[in-house]
Ligand binder design. Structure first.
Ligand code: HMG
Ligand code: MG
Length: 329
């Protein structure tokens, strides 16, 4: 039978907010996560344990994690909260907070499959982030691809010892702001294979610049399949800079991918990818999936309301065409 379930990973609270110049109050970030938790979204990327000098907006991720453990948001589905950690320093910060609340979260071995409303606790996930080009790796992580992979090996090992699920991003897979369109899909396949062998549970393929096109998405996914990488180990992370995200999503869906990252209100942009705009809007992805008969489990009206609210809150235009249409705005 055809499996029509699609998982949406909401990255708004992290990818969506990290690039905002004005400091967003902690309470707003927490309210955003709490609102998203009510929509049926199962995974929410909530922050990043990165250097506050590099990405000041993520500086209070420790307080966000602590709040989510102390006061888990009500949710109709089992929730996973994801946090970026580029090195062991970041992971250790996260683990020291988890250590204070050992009974407040699920690990890979204790996952109950219960929602908060059924008395379940949230699961925690750690995300590392590699790049497909040397230039982007230097700009984003201040080191070469190989050096970053050596660091991630340690991060993944330690996260796995703590029984946490690990996601691994690969950025600029379909275009690099410094090296252009010709990103080698075989290099992406090799990096993905390394990360999976290190123990990553999932690879999220980042079209950081939004330069991806339908044929190049197809070429990349074919290359990964030929390299033996399974569709169930992959997620697509499209930015919508050139309005190709849904076209590329259709190609990935057709290829058999069932996990897609998106950001409410189309928020976002990477600080190290000049000119790149936000992630594809969650509203757009949910609407598109529904139009194809796919099941996201996400309440479109609620997400549209959140997109309207958060974009007003931070003084940005609502970048979701679907969100605006749904709201009649
Ligand atoms: P560095 O400067 O080379 O690191 O940065 P360092 O080891 O030399 O340390 C420098 C300072 O940073 C030290 O502090 C460290 O303690 C501190 P000082 O002694 O100067 O006071 N430091 C940290 N502080 C907090 N948390 C940490 C941490 N590590 C070191 N984890 C580093 C290297 C990796 C830290 C830096 O480059 C960094 O934080 N990069 C993160 C950049 C980032 O967050 N980018 C955005 C996320 S990725 C993305 O958006 C793409 C994605 O969406 C997918 C896609 O679209 O493609 C995921
Ligand atoms: Mg991104």
């Amino acid at each position: 039978t055809f499996d029509n379930r699609v998982k949406i990973v909401e990255v708004g609270p992290r990818d969506g907010l990290q690039n905002e110049k004005k400091s967003i109050p902690l309470a707003t970030k927490i309210e955003l996560i709490e609102r998203l938790a009510k929509t049926g979204l199962q995974t929410i990327e909530a922050g990043a344990f990165v250097s506050p000098k590099w990405v000041p907006q993520m500086a209070n991720s420790d307080e966000i994690l602590e709040h989510l453990l102390k006061t888990p948001p009500p949710s109709p589905v089992p929730l996973t909260f994801s946090f970026l950690a580029p090195n062991t320093k970041g992971l250790e910060s996260a683990l020291s907070i988890l250590g204070k609340y050992p009974d407040a979260y699920e690990t890979e071995t204790t996952r109950s499959g219960k929602s908060a409303q059924e008395g379940g606790k949230p699961a925690l996930e750690i995300a590392v982030f590699a790049a497909a080009t040397e230039s982007f790796s230097q700009k984003n992580l201040n080191c070469s691809i190989d050096a970053s992979l050596r660091q991630f090996k340690e991060v993944i090992q330690q996260a796995k010892q703590a029984n946490l699920r690990v996601r691994a991003y690969i950025s600029v897979v379909l275009g690099c702001p410094f090296e252009g369109y010709d990103v080698d899909p075989h290099r992406v396949a090799a990096i993905a294979t390394d990360l999976l062998e290190m123990g990553a549970d999932e690879i999220s393929l980042g079209d950081t610049t939004g330069m991806g096109t339908a044929p190049r998405t197809k070429e990349l996914l074919n290359c990964l399949s030929l390299a033996g990488i399974r569709n169930e180990d992959l997620a697509m992370h499209f930015h919508d800079t050139y309005a190709q995200a849904l076209v590329n999503t259709a190609v990935a869906l057709e290829h058999g991918i069932r996990t897609f990252d998106s950001s409410v209100g189309g928020l976002g942009g990477c600080p190290y990818s000049p000119g790149a705009t936000g992630n594809v809007a969650t509203e757009n992805v949910v609407y598109f999936m529904e139009s194809l008969g796919m099941d996201t489990g996400v309440d479109l009206d609620r997400v549209a309301d959140i997109g309207d609210w958060i974009t007003r809150e931070i003084g940005k235009p609502n970048d979701s065409v679907v969100g605006k249409a749904v709201l009649g705005a």
